[in-house]
Design a protein around this ligand. Structure first.
Ligand code: ATP
Length: 274
């Protein structure tokens, strides 16, 4: 996730080829981003600019990475935050933060001399949940402010602003957010298939010494259902096991142990929440 730290706001040094698997999602996202790049043509054809892209899918599948790569691809400054950062006890504070966020994106782009800015909001469901009237008045104001800011994005303005939001609970979102001119492009970021898992493992093995007995194809097979974040953990745990044994290389069994460790960890997490 984006975490609590606000990104400094430069163009990220992170590209689509550093994301494993997700071929379909990457393709769809790049196609949408081409609209941001070809804004002159878009204008000539009278096409409505894309203001918001919603990334949906389970945790740890690389939604934050996709947003970062999107900023890299379009040479945009990147301002990242999370829905939970807008949750405040006092009425109006959340709405004020939304205003600040857009302001920050615009000033950042100017400072860095960039024509576009991408604002990434992780866990959009926290502020963009269905409005049910009554109880959640503070959230309503925050959400209303977000809608107002989105409606105030114009393609003719520089910097051009694009919002990318992520959620793993799309069905919870208020319908106002999903209307045309808002988050009307949805891209599903799924758990990786075997090929995707292998690709992710390879990417995370790049800076690690692997023994020649290592067969990542087999590890990809054994890690069915794992997310990218979990695969990253498998690699990391395997390295820790190898180091503990004072070896110079990671062996296949360390990776298998890594899989078990990550699986066990998940189980204990789940049991703890029940
Ligand atoms: P969340 O919904 O929990 O915020 P997310 O979908 O935004 O998760 P990321 O934060 O992008 O997931 O991914 C977490 C970490 O997992 C990344 O920093 C990376 O190390 C690893 N990871 C996840 N997906 C991939 C992938 N497709 N390729 C390479 N690494 C990945």
């Amino acid at each position: 996730g984006a975490g609590r730290k606000r990104n400094k706001g430069a163009v990220p040094q992170f590209s689509f080829d550093q994301i494993g698997g997700q071929e379909h999602a990457k393709q769809e996202l790049m196609e949408a981003l081409d609209f941001l790049i070809r804004h002159e043509d878009i204008k000539k054809f009278g096409i409505r600019p894309i203001k918001g892209i919603l990334l949906t899918g389970p945790p740890g599948t690389g939604k934050t990475l996709m947003a970062k790569a999107a900023a890299h691809y379009t040479n945009s400054v990147f301002v990242a935050t999370s829905g939970s950062e807008f949750v405040e006890m006092y009425v109006g504070v959340g709405a004020g933060r939304v205003r600040e966020l857009f302001k920050e994106a615009r000033t950042r782009a100017q400072k860095e001399n960039k024509e576009s800015a991408i604002i990434f909001i992780d866990e959009i469901d926290v502020i963009g949940g269905k409005r049910e009237g009554g109880q959640q008045r503070e959230y309503d104001q925050t959400l209303n402010q977000l809608l107002t800011e989105m409606d105030g994005i114009y393609s003719s303005e520089t910097p051009r602003i694009l919002l990318i939001a992520a959620t793993n609970r799309k069905e919870m979102l208020d319908s106002a957010l999903l209307r045309p001119g808002r988050f009307d492009r949805h891209i599903q970021v799924d758990l990786p298939d075997k090929k995707g898992r292998k690709h992710i493992l390879e990417l995370h093995a790049k800076n690690k010494p692997l023994h020649e007995d290592v067969d990542l194809d087999k590890i990809a097979e054994e890690s069915y259902g794992f997310s990218g974040a979990q695969l990253e953990s498998v690699m990391n745990e395997a390295a820790i096991y190898a180091l503990r044994e004072n070896l110079t290389k990671i062996e296949q069994r360390h990776l298998s142990m890594g899989i078990d460790k990550v699986m066990m960890g998940e189980k204990t997490d789940r049991e703890a929440t029940i």
